[in-house]
Write a protein that binds this ligand. Sequence first.
Ligand SMILES: Nc1ncnc2c1ncn2[C@@H]1O[C@H](COP(=O)(O)OP(=O)(O)OP(=O)(O)O)[C@@H](O)[C@H]1O
Ligand code: SF4
Ligand SMILES: [Mg+2]
Length: 308
Amino acid sequence: MDHDAPLLLVEDLKVTLGGKMAVDGASLSIARGEVLGLVGESGCGKTMTALSLIGLVPPGARVSGRIVFDGIDVLDLPEKEIRRIRGRGIAYIFQDPASALNPFLTIGSQMMDAIMAHGDAGREEASMKAMEMLRSAGLPDALSICSAYPHQLSGGMKQRVMIALALSCNPKLIIADEPTTALDATVQASILALLGKAVRENGISMLLITHDLSIAASLSTSICVMHSGRIIEHACTEELFRNPLHPYTKELLHPSGRRLAPPSRSGCPFHPACPKRMDICTRKAPTMAGDGGHASSCWLNQREGSDA
Ligand SMILES: Nc1ncnc2c1ncn2[C@@H]1O[C@H](COP(=O)(O)OP(=O)(O)OP(=O)(O)O)[C@@H](O)[C@H]1O
Ligand code: SF4
Ligand SMILES: [Mg+2]
């Protein structure tokens, strides 16, 4: 296996749902140990991109493009093999931990099931490991957490359990889809700190999905900005904040307060809302271009646009 190759490579991913393009040619890559932020407004396609990686798009969705995880072409795999990757290689932390936990089982038995499913631990060993993982997820009273049902825990506690569950299968990649949106600000900060510590200490890569650039910046080494199903800018975090290229990224960084017109299906999707639009923008969609790891899809930054 080529260890210099990215852990995850996504090329020209398209997801169509009920005739609508939810993801429209997204490409991204995540190196081993890297945290990549995926940022964009509600409905831009972040979750559909992430669900495609683990084969969990809604029934009837059509997925095309290329997804290579740890050297394996995921889109070519039969369902059984995708399930194996879902459990072991990639762990998914959902926005709403309540819906991801089984309400009829105690936290202890859900933790033990996950641990036994992903290793050869017996019941006693799995029980010890469950408690150890809950403690390291910031739940010191692991014994009583183990005997509790999900509804007996606060939102922050449930999210800590989700993180412990995610780590219990020794994943190479964690997808955290809006992991703190449902939590209040102080709990948000402690959950983000826990996630950051978990990935750093275990050398795990992470795709951190959020609509909030500052949350992405707190953990991510680089950031992809998504708009209308497309990645429209990608750069390392520092560079993106220092020198944003795309007008939409600039709007996210320094909101103008004006109401943005909805995306267009022709030309550059952002053109109805763009204060910088030119004639070419209404006719032709730009593609990603750039250098030194900083790329954007905007005619302003491309030769063809300046010639228009
Ligand atoms: N089950 C579904 N059936 C049909 N269309 C869907 C379904 N789920 C999402 N979509 C559509 O796919 C597009 C992308 O949705 P997605 O959930 O990926 O957005 P998102 O960026 O994750 O938004 P949010 O920040 O609100 O979670 C949206 O237009 C949405 O309406
Ligand atoms: S391509 Fe044109 S409309 Fe689109 S973001 Fe750039 S300047 Fe604005
Ligand atoms: Mg979402």
